[in-house]
Design a protein around this ligand. Structure first.
Ligand SMILES: N[C@@H](CCC(=O)N[C@@H](CS)C(=O)NCC(=O)O)C(=O)O
Length: 216
């Protein structure tokens, strides 16, 4: 049996959950697992992060690796094309989204929304780096209607969770949504949000966010 462990506000947890639902894989979920540096948790997830996937007692960490495992283990409803070049293109989009967009804006996220701080230098660097990330995405995104072309792929699972964060952070920090340079993004995210798997994860994220806010 497969068990996804994490929490429903996490972009990385949600990306994996969307893929599991889209692929129709039967799975259990522990949605109350939080990142931690405590020994007991690090024994399960050595970086102390979520999510991880338990497969018959074995754990897989890193959402990208989990998605690749799911493709290998459940090829019936694929989220990667067969052609090696097309597969590379999907993975390239995922790297642009995660490494050059999500991780860039995350440098400001805690400071903007969780009472943390960042220096002017960090802010300037993020502005430069996110512009590069948006430029990269613009060069490869197809929106035909999916981000990598005609088929739904893991790049759509990633885009659905990462792009809204880029909009939120750039609007808040710089007074301008940097994704405005890609006008296809809004209708594309709306289209994805109408798919049952994406809609379910989105609703559950909202409910988990409201529950966390109510606890404070
Ligand atoms: N590269 C990891 C990133 C996972 C990640 O950063 N998860 C966040 C929650 S959204 C986390 O666990 N943060 C706690 C930490 O970084 O210590 C993946 O793709 O699974």
């Amino acid at each position: 049996m497969i068990r996804l462990c994490g929490f429903r506000i996490s972009n990385y947890h949600n990306k994996v959950r969307i893929a599991l639902l889209e692929k129709g894989v039967e799975f259990e979920e522990d949605e109350n697992v939080k990142p931690s540096q405590k020994d007991e948790y690090v024994a399960k997830s050595p970086m102390g992060k979520v999510p991880y996937l338990e497969v018959d007692g074995t754990r897989i960490r890193e959402s990208g690796v989990i998605l690749e495992y799911l493709e290998d283990a459940y090829p019936q409803k694929p989220l990667l094309p067969k052609d090696p070049l097309a597969r590379a293109r999907v993975r390239e989009i995922v790297v642009f989204l995660e490494s050059h967009m999500e991780l860039v804006v995350r440098r400001l996220y805690a400071g903007l929304f969780f009472g943390g701080s960042f220096s002017d230098e960090t802010k300037q660097q993020v502005e430069k780096d996110i512009a590069k990330g948006v430029r990269a995405l613009k060069a490869v995104a197809k929106f035909e209607p999916y981000i990598a072309g005609k088929e739904l792929s893991i790049a759509d699972c990633a885009a659905f969770v990462h792009l809204p964060l880029v909009s939120l952070v750039t609007k808040t920090a710089f007074g301008r949504d940097f994704l405005e340079d890609l006008p296809q993004v809004k209708p594309y995210l709306k289209m994805l949000g109408e798919r049952p798997a994406f809609a379910r994860v989105s609703e559950d994220r909202k409910a988990a966010t409201a529950a966390a806010a109510a606890k404070k």
